[in-house]
Design a protein around this ligand. Sequence first.
Ligand SMILES: [Zn+2]
Length: 351
Amino acid sequence: MRKRLLTFIAACFYYSGLVKLARWRIRHLGHRLIILNYHYATGGDLRSHLLYLRRHYRILHLETALEDLYMPSKNGNRVHDRRTPLVLTFDDGYQDNYTHGFALARELQIPFTIFLIPDYMESGDYFWWREGDRLVSYAQVSEATIDGRTYHLDQPVERNKLAQAILSRLCQATSVAERETFLTSVSKVLAVPSSVAPEEKSTLPLNWAEVREMDESGWVSFGAHTMHHPVLAYVADPTEVQGEVEQCRAMLEQQLGHPVRTFAYPMGQPQHIGGNAIRAVQQAGYDWALTTVYGFNTPRSDPYLLRRVEAAVNQHWLVLAAEAAGLWGFFSRLRWMVTMRKGLYKRQNRS
Ligand SMILES: [Zn+2]
């Protein structure tokens, strides 16, 4: 319902000419760079998104766009195209970025950047932030006690609460070792069989062969996203933070055979980043680092705190059109109102 409402409002924006006006305004604000942040390439209509973006924006490689933003003289005064520059990024390196995203990039000749997590590529493991739901869905017990609380898994509400509790605990781990120990213990308590049917392939990590093929094509570039995707602000030992950031770069460069200049902070909001991580990124020699903080970038933007606009492939392209044109403020207020209403409704139902 909410999705339909958003699409309807986005359609009003688009067909009333408001989106066009907003795009015109951005072009006349001076040098702006829009960086979109996707995760999945399937589950919606990425082709429609790309066709819209290709028509109205100048889609660039991330590194080229950042050089143009900070060192316009380096690439010469070759830009006659007055459309606002825009970059596509995909975080985490899901399998569908290759099977679907790469195929579209080649067909439509659109570059994009993927931020990789080398340890997951090596192990082929499920990403930890999906484990709460997955472990609960494969649980073979009807009752489980985790962190002193007992969950009755025959009740959907309790299953949901357990999945949330697992996710929150994983998120706040103070080291990767602690996170992995907790995951193993939960898996044991829930008696999750080790031979569970593989999750949908699209949600598993990419492998090196796929990454190299994309790299060699020239359409896809790669950035670093730490070795194991910990939430860096919660990691207690600054040496571990440094290791996550440095080793990731070293491993990617070794596998790709060329420098890796960009980094994206896991989760990417200020409360997830922390001062240690910013220092570590600078010390490791990256040129630029990306957050998930909403906004467009200007030549005055901090190169280690670049902003992005969240984009999801399951959004209608009309919603993306409004987001990319900076009409997000309206949507965020609407989201807030819907969430508040929902919260109120839930509270009323409970009491
Ligand atoms: Zn991530």
